[in-house]
Design a protein around this ligand. Structure first.
Ligand SMILES: *Cc1c(COP(=O)(O)O)cnc(C)c1O
Length: 420
């Protein structure tokens, strides 16, 4: 979103016009930002066989998935339903990597019948695949490297006490099962979490993967997961892709030399590709004061964007309808009947009832983590593509909240008996 002549624009379209056309609250995504991020990641890894697998859970709208496919990237899913969305977006089953974390066996079997690339996350699962499919189904393994990284405890997945992956300490057990059944092991994977503070973590992951890879001569790919940090606030630290690309590519090339074959170097970015592209547009319902604070209360809340309350995440806020107003301090809060704070002591151009506030970096884990809490419908989603806003998901209605509910007959006499 850019400020041109005192109006915020996305690809030259006035954001207030988008708000008028589609109503608020509204998720708006800029396709160009997504394309730009994919390009930047590619450019950072010259001279290696790079494969990008978009982590669909960050933002699962089928039109977004389709945009990803048209950029020539693959996809990573964590449920069979995400895989179904990917198929609807036109991905081939072989382009879809399925990384369960404790999913049920029937769900995993469905994934295998669909022909997805399985990334097994436990020894019992690996054993079961061996028993059921013998040497027929190629699998990858998610390894837990016992490395603590990630922006906060809730998004750290690679430490020794986390539920994720197969602990690297079980190297012998892994090999035992693979050899017992002749399971074709085609990939090794580590995803240690989101928002790495230190880009060198990828090099530590590389060491673990390269070492383990020497046990398996027929690998096709090594997957470094994700963890790319994006800048949420002005001046925020973010992953330097060029620097990372240089270091990891060099390590990877020398590994491939030792291994004796060119392998694919995979990443699974979610946040990196979609965070910046997304804006949650809201309308200010009321500006109210108490003796010490001024609250700007918007027509949205943790039901639509849970990151501030769940992860203490900072989201930059723009007053789209009053960009040049005099600045004051506000607590920006939602309409949910529960503490529902987007920002405390935030300097914003004067906020008035009816103003449009935009929560920036809302593309990743925004809509995809939204809910109907307080019986609120979820917002519509709009994709700005080639200079035009397109509705890619309708706003929910009251009927959507009722769908599936069975309103049963209740015998009032029973209630009366209890009362007496
Ligand atoms: C969530 C997830 C990702 C994406 O993480 P980001 O921080 O959004 O890039 C990648 N791989 C796996 C297995 C995940 O669960």
């Amino acid at each position: 979103m850019q400020l041109n002549n005192q109006t915020y624009q996305i690809q030259g379209v006035n954001v207030l016009d988008i708000a008028d056309e589609f109503g608020l609250p509204l998720y708006v995504y800029d396709a160009n930002k997504i394309i730009e991020k994919i390009g930047a990641l590619r450019d950072a890894f010259p001279g290696v066989n790079l494969k990008i697998k978009y982590a669909a859970k960050a933002l699962t709208n089928v039109s977004i998935l389709k945009l990803m496919r048209l950029q020539g990237i693959d996809i990573e899913v964590v449920s069979v339903n995400e895989a179904r969305l990917a198929l609807l977006a036109g991905f081939e089953p072989a382009q879809i990597m399925f990384t369960p974390s404790g999913n049920s066996w029937p769900e995993i079997q469905e994934a295998l019948e669909m022909g997805l690339q399985l990334n097994a996350d436990s020894l019992p699962l690996l054993e079961l695949i061996g028993q059921m499919y013998g040497n027929k189904y190629p699998v990858a393994l998610r390894i837990n490297p016992s490395i603590t990284e990630g922006g906060n405890l809730k998004i750290q997945t690679g430490h020794g006490n986390s539920k994720f992956g197969i602990p690297n300490d079980y190297r012998a057990e892994i090999k035992g099962i693979v050899e017992k059944y002749g399971i074709p092991l085609v990939g090794l994977h580590i995803h240690t979490g989101s928002d790495f503070k230190d880009g060198n973590t990828f090099l530590k992951i590389a060491d673990v993967l390269f070492d383990l890879a020497t046990d398996y001569p027929n690998l096709r790919f090594i997957d470094f997961g994700s963890g790319f940090k994006v800048a949420y606030r002005p001046g925020d630290h973010f992953t330097d892709l060029t620097d990372l690309g240089k270091k990891v590519s060099a390590a990877f090339r020398s590994f491939c030399d030792r291994y004796g074959r060119e392998l694919e170097l995979c990443f699974e970015p979610g946040k990196l590709l979609v965070s910046e592209s997304g804006h949650l547009l809201t309308e200010v319902n009321v500006v109210k004061k108490n003796p010490t604070r001024t609250f700007a209360q918007v027509n949205s809340g943790l039901n639509h964007l849970i990151r501030p309350m769940m992860y203490d995440a900072y989201h930059h806020i723009l007053n789209v309808s009053n960009p040049t107003g005099e600045e004051h301090l506000y607590d920006v809060v939602g309409y949910i009947c529960e503490t529902d704070t987007f920002a405390t002591d935030r300097m914003l151009p004067e906020v008035r009832t009816g103003d449009v506030l935009s929560f920036e970096n809302a593309g990743a884990y925004g809509f995809s983590m939204s809910s109907n809490y307080n019986s609120r419908p979820r917002p519509a989603e709009v994709l700005v593509y080639e200079g035009k806003p397109h509705l890619i998901r309708q706003r929910e209605t009251f009927e959507d909240l009722l769908r599936g509910q069975e309103i049963i007959e209740l015998e009032t006499t029973v209630l009366n008996k209890i009362e007496r």
